[in-house]
Design a protein. Structure first.
Length: 246
């Protein structure tokens, strides 16, 4: 009798395989393909608002790759081969899963694309995005101290300046890049009103909060920032000066 070995193929639930390499689930692959297609259309310069469409498609792809699945994000579940392939092939996107996991737009790439094929709103949006993230995935108003966190640069006026930039964009181009502009403005406001880790002393915090109140007297955000300023002056603040993020 000839004994033939039994070959069993085991696939990771929800993932396809190609040559034994785990691939993206179909729905997530569709989001990646949609982004790749949108970038191609934007680069052609023939699509109206194509760059904005590509940025929107990147957001959908981010949601797909950052989705939690079986205790980890989809991006983390990929083999190193598949992850590196995505990094090579996805122009305009920055992918990372070492220490910090993120999928973000590459400001340099989109700035060049907007200069070549964009309209005024495209150029203004990515100019503001580049100013917000000049060197890395960390916004200019945070000083990174570890792979996971950093202190807020109160007193540098980068919080006020960044908030002003995004409000100005929303005023000049209503309806354009609405979700992206709101996300950035909200992120600054969150730091202004909740961050308890200040890089400098409490005087620098007070100066930044006071500048905000003076600069945006009609803003709906003024009340919360003003209340925080009052708490700081009254000694009720939980803000830690000279903070080292853990």
């Amino acid at each position: 009798m000839i004994v033939r070995p039994l070959i069993v193929t085991i696939a990771v639930a929800g993932l396809g395989t190609t040559g034994g390499v785990p691939q993206l689930p179909p729905a997530d692959q569709a989001a990646v393909d949609a982004f790749r297609s949108a970038i191609s259309a934007a680069e052609s310069g023939r699509s109206s608002r194509g760059i904005e469409g590509a940025f929107s498609a990147l957001g959908s792809m981010r949601d797909a790759l950052m989705r939690a699945r079986n205790g980890q994000k989809v991006l983390e579940s990929l083999s190193d081969e598949e992850f590196q392939r995505l990094r090579r092939e996805l122009s305009g996107a920055r992918l990372n899963r070492e220490e910090v996991v993120f999928v973000e737009a590459d400001p340099d790439y989109f700035t060049r694309l907007a200069a070549a094929h964009g309209d005024g709103a495209d150029r203004a949006f990515f100019s503001a995005l580049k100013a917000t993230y000049p060197k890395s995935a960390w916004p200019i108003y945070i000083k990174p101290q570890t792979d996971y966190g950093g202190c807020s640069r109160f007193g540098s006026m980068t919080l006020v300046g960044t908030y002003r930039a995004w409000l100005d964009f929303q005023r000049r181009f209503p309806g354009r890049y609405a979700a992206g502009a709101k996300k950035e403005a909200d992120a600054v406001f969150e730091h202004l009103t909740t961050s308890t880790c200040a890089c400098g002393d409490l005087t620098s915090v007070q100066n930044e909060l006071q500048r905000f109140v003076q600069t945006f007297p009609q803003s709906a955000a003024r009340a919360r920032v003003g209340q925080r300023l009052q708490d700081l002056r009254a000694g009720r603040s939980a803000i830690r000066p000279g903070c080292q993020a853990g």
